[in-house]
Structures are given as C-alpha cells and as structure tokens.
Design a protein around this ligand. Structure first.
Ligand code: M6R
Length: 611
C-alpha cells in the first residue's frame, strides 16, 4: 500500500527520502516520487516515475539532482487513476508551489474537483490527491496552516497527508485521519512517515498522530494541533525494534526468513504468557463475571488473519462452549451484526492498520461490543482503539505473504481459548495441563518441521507445474486449508481452492480429473478416517494426492496418498500451528520454482488501507 516519508533538516533531503521509500517498498506500490524545495530557485523540484523505486532513483542520480533540505516522498499503490508518472505522488497545485503526498482515499473528490474546475482550476491527473493540492492553493492567502485547515473541513474519507509549500520552506505539514502517520524527532531535523521502518535508521524517537491531528514539522521540533487547532502535547516513545530484523539478513527472501523465524517468534509470544502452569493475560479487559456473562464471541479480520479466526472458532467453541461467529471485516459493517455489551469482538490484524478491519472494529464498538485485538504492530491504529490488545510480538513482518504473524496470532487465540476454558470450567483440568505442556514444546516442534524443509522442496519440484490445486480437510484441517490455499495462490499465482473435504461431493468434485493435485490435510486424529475416505474419492477420479498428517499415521496414509508429509504429534489445539509450516514452505518453494516475485506478489500490498 502507499508509503509516505518526509524530511526537514540540515542534510540533502532527496537521498534520505529515497532511503525511506526503499524501506517502505515491502508495502507494495506501482510508482514513486519525491518533491524537494530548492532554495536557489525558490521552487519545488518534483520527480515521479512509474515502476520500481530504482527507476526514480536512477532518473535523479540517487537524489543528487535535487538540491534542498526539505521534502516529501511517496510510493503509490494505484486507487484513483492507473499507475503512471502523472498519477504518481507528490501531486502539485496548478502553480506548482504546493506538493502533497497522500495515503488513503478522498471520497468526495469528484464533487470537489467539479467545484474547482468550475473556478477555472485545470487538473493534470486522475487522482483524488490532486484535489487536495489544488484546494489548498485555492484557499491559500499567505497562511498555509489555515488553508490546510479549511481544506480539512471539506474533504471526506481517509487520509494521511504530507504537505510542502514553496512559500513556507521551513516547515512541512502532516495531517492524519484514518490512515497512519508517524512523526520522528531527530537532532536538528524532523520526519514524517506512514510506517516507522521508513525512519528507523535516522531516529528512534517517534510519536503517533491521532485522527484529526495536524502537525507542523520544522528543523527544531514538531508542533501538533487537534482538529480545533488547539495545541496537543504528543508523547514521544522510543522504538526498540532491531533495524536488522527489518532487513533480509542473508536470506534470499523476507518470506523465507520469516518462515524460519517462527520458532523464535512463538517463544517471544508464548513464554511470557504461561506462568506457573497457568495462562496469564495481565490486566485483562473483562472480569471473570463478564467472561461468564458473554453471550457471543465475534471474530473479525481479513485474509490470513481471518483464517486464524476460522481455526480460532473451532477451538473457542470446543473449549468454552460459547457461540463464536467469524466474519470477514469487509462484510461485517454491512451485515447489521448482532453485537451487544455481552459480545466480545476479537479483531485480528498483523498490521493493525487494515482499513476494513478498523471499520469493523468501530462498528462493533458503536454497537456496544468489547474489543479485544490481536495485533503485531505496536501502537498501530487498531491496537490503540481496542479495549485490550494482545500483541503477537512476531517482530516486523516484511513479506506481503504473512507467515510468522499468522503463527503467532494462532498461538494467541489458542492461549485465549485455554484462558477462557479454564475460567469457565469448560476444559477438563488434564486437557488444560497437557495443552500447556504442548505449548512449551511447540517452538521446538516447529524447528523439527523446518529442519525437514528439503522434503517439502522435493514435493514442490514434483508439482510446481500444476495449474490448479485443491486443499481439503475437515474442521481445523479445513480452516488450515484456507490458509494453505491463500498462501499458494497469492505468491505462485496458481489457481487454488480450499474445501471442507466432505463438501467436495456436492459439486466441486466434478473438477477433479487425471492429474489434478489435491493437498489432503489429515492431522486431526478424530477425523482422520473420514478425511481419508474423501482422499480415496479424489484418488479414484485421477487426482494426485499430497497428504499431511501426524507421524503415527505415516504408514497408513502412504498406502493411499502419492506423497506424505508428517508433523510431530501434539494436542488437537496445536495441530494447525505445526501443519501450517509445511504449507507455507510448499507455497514458497513452488513460487520460487515458478520464478515469482515472492516478497512482492503482483497486485498485492502488505498493509491494505483502502476499503
Ligand atoms: O495486517 P492484516 O493482518 O490486517 O492484513 C490482513 C490481510 O490483508 C493479510 O492477512 C493478507 O491476507 C496476507 N498478506 C496474506 O498473506
């Protein structure tokens, strides 16, 4: 998704902006641009280019062509108007003296554009963002802040804005509404960025802008105002992320690095939450009485986070006997959901910035629900708007395809199921104890699975040329299949579907023919015989079957399937946490063999901040 970076200081701005944008490349984009104020000419130099950042960097000789110590930069992921040089940001006003970078969408841009055209303002691009630049100039009468304030009263939608004006070259203006924006504090310099990774190499002192806030950045500091232009004191926090953790560290791809980091991520996520044989969540937002009184649990999320919710539903219902409904965040808002003060709404998001998920959270809150979020990015919008945040502590996840965030989200929801189950008395004490023991062993078991990655690579080499792949399974294996299928299609571009194994015969089995590949997920012991009977059905129609099961079932599975991959035995609760690893590796190796752009798959973005 789009990335913003801004700098005002003593050094040349353009190389700093390019470096910041480079750190944001992982978000996905289709064009890039920078605007820098040139003190000698008194004008803004704007350079933009469709394509990868290196195209822009080559055009401006890594920034050397643009002289000036204040500027803004942007990587754009097209929404209004095709990817092109002219539609790239920064967008400028007709005179060229105001430049704007923008993340989000101005929903009433068409109406504002008609208004400006009626006043004789010519437009160069198809973007909603150009409306902002033009409107600022329209209202500008020597006071930039007041012009920006007037514009904010007129625009609707979601926006993070970075604004530079040739008449006020000793300041940058930042505005936030429903799209993240971070302020960075340096020695004799200030930064703005849509994501902390953009500025981490320059400063660790940051503050998070709130909705409706406006900031004025200068070389000596940052002043912040609320929507009524009242000064706001911002808390400055120290970011302690390891910079190298946001880099590839010798691996060919971030995705592979992040798959391999899962044991460590799980240790970080789980260990502090199991103490003296108990699951511990400090300062839990619900009292035991409130948990007992819950009438319903909703889980809302998108993509892989939604798939975590699908697994979580099975676990939570089994262990708590409370009804659990899982909803796609993009649907939740429009389905008139039944939420009351006796509903717990679990919001899951790696980035904590997914717009659909954020909107669902607000809808749930409006209806009285208690919000518990499971989030990776500390201080993100979803985290900040929740009654309780359970951080996954997976560390920065850069690859678009999520892996370690999925695993840690899953771990948190399993811990939550145990926590509730114990409190409600719906989990037998022996099961609770054995689940906690299994949890302690989990990181090591994931290491064991990873150590057999060559087997998965072999299977990938056998099947990477298939055009279509089906994932089948029952119950938690079905929920896991959804993730296996998404992982494969998003990075390898192979058509793939996940089906509840027993549902195939109601239609989809007509697609199975000689050579179809079916990945059969048969880890859940109580459903193993049922799933294997579905495997026989697809085998007898010509499918090749790659099966995933536990070690003790290897021999009997091998009698039916063409290939078998096994995971170590564990309790039912943690089977998906082990099974997902071979599925991630399979998708990775298949994509590698097909020569795909693994970390930045086409058309996708890491953080989806548009509806
Ligand atoms: O940051 P979030 O967890 O809210 O993102 C939700 C989805 O966009 C995300 O899980 C997406 O499906 C993954 N990139 C898939 O690997």
């Amino acid at each position: 998704m789009c990335g913003i970076v801004g700098y005002i200081g003593q050094e040349q701005a353009a190389p700093i902006l390019l470096d910041g944008l480079k750190r944001l490349e992982y978000r996905g984009y289709d064009s890039a641009g920078v605007a820098v104020y040139n003190r000698e000419t008194g004008t803004l130099s704007v350079r933009k280019a469709k394509g990868r950042l290196h195209v822009l960097a080559e055009q401006i000789h890594d920034g050397a062509d643009l002289r000036g110590t204040v500027g803004v930069g942007h990587t754009r992921w097209a929404t209004h108007g095709a990817p092109s040089d002219v539609n790239s940001h920064p967008q400028t006003s007709r005179s060229g003296k105001i430049a704007v970078v923008h993340n989000g969408i101005i929903e009433n841009y068409a109406e504002l554009k008609s208004f400006l055209i009626s006043k004789g303002v010519p437009f160069a691009s198809e973007t909603d963002t150009e409306v902002v630049a033009q409107l600022i100039e329209y209202f500008y009468q020597g006071d930039l802040l007041s012009a920006v304030g007037r514009v904010l009263h007129r625009i609707q939608g979601a926006y993070a804005l970075g604004i530079l004006c040739a008449d006020c070259p000793d300041q940058l203006i930042a505005v936030r509404k429903d799209s993240p924006l971070i302020l960075g504090y340096g020695e004799g310099c200030s930064f703005l960025a849509s994501d902390v990774t953009a500025i981490l190499r320059r400063t660790r002192q940051v503050s998070y802008m709130e909705d409706g806030e406006i900031a004025v950045l200068t070389r000596t500091g940052i002043r912040c105002y609320d929507h009524l232009m009242q000064p706001v004191d911002k808390e400055i926090v120290q970011v302690d992320w390891d910079v190298d953790a946001a880099e590839k560290g010798g691996y060919e791809h971030f995705m592979f690095k992040e798959i391999m980091e899962q044991p460590e991520a799980l240790r970080r996520c789980v260990s502090p939450r199991i103490r003296d044989g108990e699951v511990v969540f400090e300062d839990f937002c619900l009292s035991p009485e409130e948990i007992r009184a819950l009438e319903k649990i909703y889980i809302v999320a998108c993509g892989s986070s939604y798939h975590v919710g699908m697994v979580g539903k099975y676990h939570l219902e089994r262990l708590t006997r409370k009804p659990v409904e899982v909803a796609l965040a993009s649907e939740f808002r429009y389905m008139d959901p039944i939420v009351s003060e006796k509903t717990l709404v679990i919001v899951i998001s790696q980035s904590g910035e997914t717009l659909d998920t954020m909107a669902a959270l607000r809808e749930a809150r409006r209806r009285g629900g208690k919000i518990l979020s499971i989030v990776n990015v500390v201080g993100s919008s979803i985290a900040r708007e929740s009654d309780q945040v359970l951080y996954t502590w997976a560390g920065p996840e850069i690859a678009v395809a999520t892996t370690k965030a999925y695993s840690t989200q899953l771990a948190v929801i399993c811990l939550l199921a145990l926590y509730f189950g114990k409190l409600l008395g719906t989990i037998p004490p022996a099961d609770y104890r054995s689940a906690l023991e299994a949890f302690q062993a989990l990181p090591e078991q994931v290491e064991q699975v990873l150590s057999r990655k060559d087997d998965i690579q072999y299977y990938a080499s056998q099947y990477f040329n298939h055009d279509s792949v089906f994932f089948i399974g029952r119950n938690i294996d079905y929920a896991l299949g959804l993730e296996g299928s998404l992982k494969l299609k998003e990075i390898s571009y192979i058509h793939s579907e996940a089906y509840a194994a027993g549902e195939l015969k109601h239609g989809t089995i007509s697609l199975i023919e000689d050579g179809s590949l079916v990945v059969a997920l048969a880890a859940c012991p109580r459903l193993f015989p049922k799933t294997m009977s579905n495997v026989v059905e697809v085998k007898s129609r010509g499918a090749s079957v790659l099966a995933l099961t536990t070690e003790d079932r290897r021999a009997e599975t091998g009698q039916i399937a063409d290939g078998v991959f096994t995971i170590p035995g564990t309790c039912e609760l943690l089977l998906p946490s082990l099974s997902v690893v071979p599925l991630q590796l399979f998708a990775y190796y298949v994509a590698l063999m097909r020569g795909c752009d693994i970390d930045k798959p086409r058309n996708l973005a890491k953080s989806v901040t548009v509806e």
